[in-house]
Ligand binder design. Structure first.
Ligand code: BTN
Ligand code: 3PY
Ligand code: ZN
Length: 641
């Protein structure tokens, strides 16, 4: 009420008073703003206390009831390293900053060994924990990571699904995450996953939006960009690659590996991969990425593929990505290292295995004495103590996969999607339908022409598979009834050509039957048909709607307009939720519990949860009582139960 009175006061509205008032009494404004922020956070906590968590995909509450301890690293004399006040050893990022992307790539190629990328901050939690790990928990371990993994090629920490999940479900700003981590890790290159002409979205954007997005990503801390296209459509890939080149980033143009190349008669065989590689090399890239989304690259295939590319392109730095779904991840990455790969992907032990990346210390041990990785195995193990606890803090997002799935060679479901589909089957009480879903996925893939499967094509195949299961359709039924079935949007988009052109063309007559007269048949890349975004107009519009707007906001809005607007509205309602410890973000405060929240440097709120009042049957409200820095606060919350 005080703020309202102030803001509507006629003298206040007149400009002169405004400036002198702020200049003369800054403390008052800071006080109002922090009171306001505290009040908003209390609203979030009160809502949690009454209604429980509303984070999508959350089952129950965290098993861990505290913030995970940050483990100590020890030097070779057994003394604790003070990771906060000692600057981390210089790493590959210093090479990059000093010499630029070309020379950086040359030096990595020259390194006598095989480096690692740690995916823990992106793909590992995307694959195991529905991408739900928050900035709060990444920032807490960042200084330790900068020391422990100082010799790593990179940390994958951004892009893929992390971008929209941060805003959509964690209610935090992905750009802020990037900036915070960047400050804490000055020595290890940061890597992101970019979906070519889709940016970090699920379908094409106008080229100028991709350029604009990548420019912000580079300026805010991304060094290396793994760029892929879900159909290995080179034209689509080039949009992302060109954007990275313009922004001055390190380009890792990537070929996606789908299926088991060793099985005879497969559509994607060694010749296919060599052909795509040749085109990528012609396009120009600092690194060649090979992305095995489903983990179907067996050690023998790894050896053959990497060996063949290495023989043909002795100077090309090669970086391999895999998932451990079938349980062969460590063996495959070791085979890659032996065959001449320059970098392979792993995750910190407790965040590795199953649908995530292979285990870091297992790979280091496998290569020990033969191939140098530049990483200290003891430090990697010490670092892991944090993630062992973290896994419990995020236990409410586990899909509970029990072991490797050798059937992955048949269904070829990418890691993250495998976890999600299993989870969905369990939630629908269709645990027994899981085998059926996997079978349908395989059938759907062949109906669609045997696609390279990764976001967004994997979603097309998954949607068709679920459609077949729920409508009890066999592949023959789908073909026979295609012109009368109501297919999922993603399937329509694919057949229209909105995801790009598949290798070998679209399956006919299925395409024609599915599209009927409802959609066109695109023959060029979809981005060519999109009018450039008016970036200035977007900025002004956001400024009008939400106040302070920068280029990162514009980029967020371009990727996900609705998600961005909803995120801003939540921020308006609850303030910046990223400051809450994860336990208090996900689970209701307990009566008597004291929560410490640092809302900015030097400003900590002590919040004590006192009581929840009775339901007022007329209003549907409950009163929730807190002590905020010793003062009683009462919050009204709608009881939605
Ligand atoms: C999404 O992210 O849109 C899907 C929401 C639900 C995904 C669930 S959360 C628990 C489980 N673990 C996963 O990795 N996925 C599922
Ligand atoms: C993504 O696009 O998010 C992926 O992880 C693809 O593998
Ligand atoms: Zn992956």
């Amino acid at each position: 009420p005080f703020l309202l009175t102030l803001l509507t006061h006629p003298t206040f509205i007149s400009g002169e008073f405004w400036t002198t008032f702020i200049d003369d009494t800054p403390q008052l404004f800071q006080m109002i703003s922090s009171q306001n922020r505290a009040q908003k956070l209390l609203h979030y906590l009160a809502d949690l206390a009454v209604n429980g968590s509303s984070i999508k995909g959350q089952i129950g509450v965290p098993k861990l009831k505290k913030h995970p301890d940050v483990p100590h690293l020890h030097n070779s004399s057994g003394e604790i390293i003070d990771v906060v006040s000692t600057p981390p050893p210089s790493g590959w990022r210093q090479v990059l900053l000093e010499h630029g992307p070309d020379e950086f790539a040359k030096r990595v190629r020259k390194f006598n060994g095989c480096l690692i990328m740690d995916t823990t901050w992106r793909d590992a939690h995307q694959s195991l924990l529905a991408t739900r790990v928050r900035t709060y928990d990444l920032a807490a371990i960042a200084p330790t990571t900068a020391h422990a993994l100082a010799g790593a090629f990179s940390l994958e920490c951004w892009g893929g699904a992390t971008f929209d999940v941060a805003m959509r479900f964690l209610h935090e700003d992905p750009w802020e995450r990037l900036r915070i981590l960047r400050k804490l890790v000055p020595n290890i290159p940061f890597q992101m996953l970019l979906r070519g002409a889709n940016g970090v979205a699920y379908s094409s954007l106008p080229d100028n939006a991709i350029d604009h997005f990548v420019k912000q990503a580079k300026e805010n801390g991304v060094d290396i960009f793994r760029v892929f296209d879900s159909l290995n459509d080179l034209e689509q890939l080039k949009v992302g690659v060109d954007a990275v080149k313009k922004a001055g980033g390190v380009v890792e143009a990537t070929v996606c590996y789908s299926g088991d190349m060793l099985q005879p008669g497969k559509k994607y065989d060694l010749d296919y991969y060599l052909e795509v590689t040749e085109k990528i090399v012609k396009m120009g890239t600092h690194f060649l990425g090979i992305k095995d989304m489903a983990g179907t690259m067996k050690p023998a295939a790894a050896k053959l593929l990497v060996g063949s590319i290495r023989a043909k392109y002795p100077d090309l730095p090669i970086h391999i990505h895999t998932h451990d779904s079938a349980g062969t991840g460590v063996a495959s990455m070791a085979a890659c290292a032996v065959a001449g790969a320059d970098v392979v992907d792993v995750a910190v032990n407790s965040m590795s295995g199953l649908t995530s990346q292979p285990c870091m210390n297992a790979l280091l041990a496998s290569l020990e004495g033969e191939i140098d990785t530049g990483v200290n195995a003891t430090h990697a193990r010490e670092l892991d103590a944090y993630w062992a606890e973290m896994r419990l803090l995020y236990s409410c997002f586990e899909a509970d996969l029990k072991g490797p799935d050798p059937e992955v060679y048949e269904h070829e479901i990418p890691g993250g999607q495998l976890t999600n589909l299993l989870f969905q089957a369990q939630q629908l009480g269709l645990g027994e339908k899981w085998a059926e879903t996997k079978r349908a996925y395989r059938q759907a893939n062949y109906l669609l022409g045997d696609l390279v499967k990764v976001t967004p094509t994997s979603k097309v195949v998954g949607d068709l598979a679920q459609f077949m299961v729920s409508n009890k359709l066999t592949p023959d039924d789908v073909k026979r009834l295609a012109s009368s079935l109501d297919f999922p949007d993603s399937v329509m988009d694919f057949f229209e050509g909105l995801i790009g052109q598949p290798y070998g063309g679209f399956p006919e007559p299925l395409r024609t039957d599915v599209l009927r007269n409802k959609r066109r048949k695109l023959t060029c890349r979809p981005g060519l048909e999109l009018a450039p975004f008016d970036l200035e107009a977007v900025r002004e519009d956001l400024q009008d709607k939400f106040g302070d707007t920068d280029e990162c906001d514009v980029a967020s809005y371009n990727m996900y307009p609705k998600v961005y607007e909803d995120f801003q509205k939540i921020k308006e309602k609850y303030g910046d939720l990223s400051v809450l410890p994860t336990k208090n973000f996900l689970s209701p405060p307990e009566i008597g519990e004291e929560i410490e929240v640092t809302i900015e440097q030097g400003k900590t709120l002590i919040i004590k949860h006192q009581a929840v009042g009775d339901l007022n049957k007329e209003t549907g409200l409950r009163e929730v009582y807190f002590e905020l820095n010793g003062e009683l606060r009462k919050i009204h919350v709608v009881d939605r139960s």
